[in-house]
Design a protein around this ligand. Sequence first.
Ligand SMILES: [Zn+2]
Length: 129
Amino acid sequence: MSAETDGSFFHPGADMHPVQFKKLNDSEIFIKWDDGSEFTLSMKYLRDRCPCASCAGESVLWREYKPTTLPVLTPGKYNLKSAEIVGNYAIALTWVDGHNTGIYAFDHLKKICAEYGKAAAAIEDSQKK
Ligand SMILES: [Zn+2]
């Protein structure tokens, strides 16, 4: 067993863990981290950032490839069904439409939280129009 294989599962920032992950209502989830930070996140925002190969594209083989996004709304697409901790580094989300291949590494999830915090004001503005 080499040091390289030992270390390969550690993501930078994965020393941070969610201590709470719950549905607030039909469109939002609440995440609390062990550093004490708290985020209310839109499920739509989270689903749109699903890191699985079919949503995010196969970044290893097709560096620039992104699947064509069609304006089709699958019923339940933005409704979270369940969440499960994977190992000690990620959370696997299952959506009401049956999609369950999105595994959100904690560092990725934390990044989404931070981005959403910044984007929230802009989203609110656009929804008022
Ligand atoms: Zn996905």
